[in-house]
Design a protein around this ligand. Structure first.
Ligand SMILES: Nc1ncnc2c1ncn2[C@@H]1O[C@H](COP(=O)(O)OP(=O)(O)OP(=O)(O)O)[C@@H](O)[C@H]1O
Ligand SMILES: CC(C)(CO)[C@@H](O)C(=O)NCCC(=O)O
Ligand SMILES: [K+]
Length: 268
């Protein structure tokens, strides 16, 4: 790994999800490193501090070079723990996506505070990279659909049980169904249990995306709607969709970086 010797500022972005905490280190617009930790509701700020310390050491980035930290969280109890970790180990007070943070979007949810921060962050990145009108699909713990029109209005969207949790429920609740490897089966008509489950999950989720997108396109009256996807399972599912044009696994980190830049207070 290369160690950057220049004095350029580095920012740390942190996406706290229900399954994973994803961290990215950016120098300017360049993503130097990214890491995925499993979300632990028990871990203390010191335990997260040890992880961060090791990640910095492993990647050869000097923690003193961190100019600032931008966090989004959809797990309320963890954000305070990570915030404390940043203060103690990085000597930085992080910015947190929420009220008071500029996103550049006009949030048209009935109650904007209710929108998951990750959904806002995805929408910000997608608008910047692809331009509206668009829909972002994120295959995380939940699969989320977020719509933005050509004027930058965040319109809302849809929330579906995610691929991982629905597959887990099937295995937990049906005695004869095993835990399976998620890979594309050769045919949609499965002739054994594993192939039948793989067909149902992969083609089912792909069809769900195409079906919801079709309705969104109609409701937004946007023939030119762009469909962008992110999240761990996006490549697998989206290869089977007709509507998804772009898969960008790092969309949420990009969004956090953009929001940081829009809210950065330059110290004299
Ligand atoms: N190969 C796989 N087989 C089965 N389930 C998987 C696989 N890869 C990921 N998952 C599950 O899919 C879900 C989404 O995974 P992913 O890693 O994209 O989460 P994430 O985007 O970090 O989610 P969040 O942001 O909500 O924490 C998780 O519940 C995960 O356990
Ligand atoms: C839907 C999830 C769980 C996806 O991570 C998250 O965005 C969330 O908790 N949202 C809050 C509800 C909403 O966005 O309307
Ligand atoms: K996510």
């Amino acid at each position: 790994m290369t160690v950057k010797e220049d004095n350029n500022r580095v920012i740390l972005v942190v996406d706290i999800g229900n399954t994973n905490i994803v961290l990215g280190m950016y120098e300017g617009s360049e993503l130097l490193h990214h890491f995925r930790l499993s979300t632990s509701r028990q871990a203390t700020s010191d335990e997260y501090g040890v992880m961060i310390y090791n990640l910095f050491r492993m990647s050869g980035v000097d923690a003193d070079k961190i100019e600032g930290v931008m966090i989004s969280s959809v797990v309320p109890p963890i954000v305070g723990v990570i915030e404390q970790m940043c203060r103690k180990y990085l000597k930085k007070t992080p910015l947190i996506v929420g009220p008071g943070i500029k996103t550049g979007l006009n949030l048209r949810y009935e109650n904007p505070r209710e929108i998951g921060a990750d959904r806002i962050v995805n929408a910000v990145a997608a608008v910047e990279l692809y331009g509206g009108p668009l829909v972002v699909v994120d295959f995380g713990t939940a699969t989320t659909f977020d719509c933005v029109d050509a004027q930058g209005n965040y319109l809302g969207g849809a929330i579906v049980p995610g691929v991982g949790i629905s597959t887990e429920a099937l295995y937990q609740r049906a005695s004869k169904l095993p835990r399976i490897e998620l890979e594309k089966p050769k045919k949609v008509i499965g002739r054994n249990t594993v192939h039948a489950m793989q067909a149902g999950i992969i083609y089912g989720y792909a069809g769900q995306v195409d079906g919801i997108v079709k309705r969104i396109r109609k409701e937004m009256d946007a023939e030119d709607l762009k469909v962008v996807a992110t999240g761990g399972l996006a490549p697998l599912i989206c290869a089977e969709t007709e509507s998804v044009r772009e898969v960008n696994p790092l969309l949420t980190l990009e969004g956090l970086r953009l929001i940081y830049e829009r809210n950065r207070i330059v110290k004299a």
